[in-house]
Design a protein. Structure first.
Length: 173
């Protein structure tokens, strides 16, 4: 099983009312194996506050690559770096996975990750036997600063997962 941490930036709250702006992915067992994609808008609906988080203007966003090409390239990268079933893992898969799943289904007809994802905070809470520790792992175990650059953010999350493995989390990357 190959764990791939994914982080998404968008211009709205869901694919039903916005577009994915960019995303990053990192193979947990080799933090140098990264993917970065920028996708042009697929709708005229967008929220300026949400888009601002990505650091891009609407004009810049409109110049990005076609979603179909980006998702094909991402699927190829996943196949290349995976040594088994790729597993989607994220800080917030309720947000990140919905975008990736929607774009894969819309543009490729299938999602290489399947239909489930893992949440880093839940793994950490389980390790600590305390559901209130949901955000503690971010402050303690990320080395790469959280910048809203999706590759940086995915890399920091992968670093935290590797630290959790050293602490005893039974997970094989």
């Amino acid at each position: 099983m190959s764990y791939i941490v994914v982080d998404v930036e968008s211009d709205n709250g869901s694919p039903a009312n916005g577009s994915m702006v960019c995303f990053g992915a990192v193979l947990v067992k080799d933090l140098e194996q990264t993917f970065y994609g920028q996708t042009k808008p697929i709708t005229d609906n967008w929220n300026s506050n949400a888009l601002a988080i990505s650091g891009f203007s609407r004009k810049e966003h409109e110049q990005f690559d076609s979603p179909e090409m980006v998702m094909k390239n991402f699927a190829t990268w996943i196949e290349k770096v995976s040594d088994g079933k790729p597993t989607f893992i994220s800080d917030n898969p309720a947000f990140d996975w919905q975008w990736i799943n929607y774009y894969f289904l819309k543009y490729l007809g299938h999602n290489p990750f399947g239909f489930s994802a893992r949440r880093i905070g839940d793994l950490y809470c389980g390790m600590k036997n305390d559901a209130s520790k949901n955000r503690e792992w971010k402050k303690k175990y990320r080395k790469t600063k959280h910048t809203h650059d999706p590759v940086d953010d995915a890399k920091g999350n992968a670093e935290a997962l590797l630290a959790m493995q050293k602490m005893g989390l039974m997970i094989n990357f």
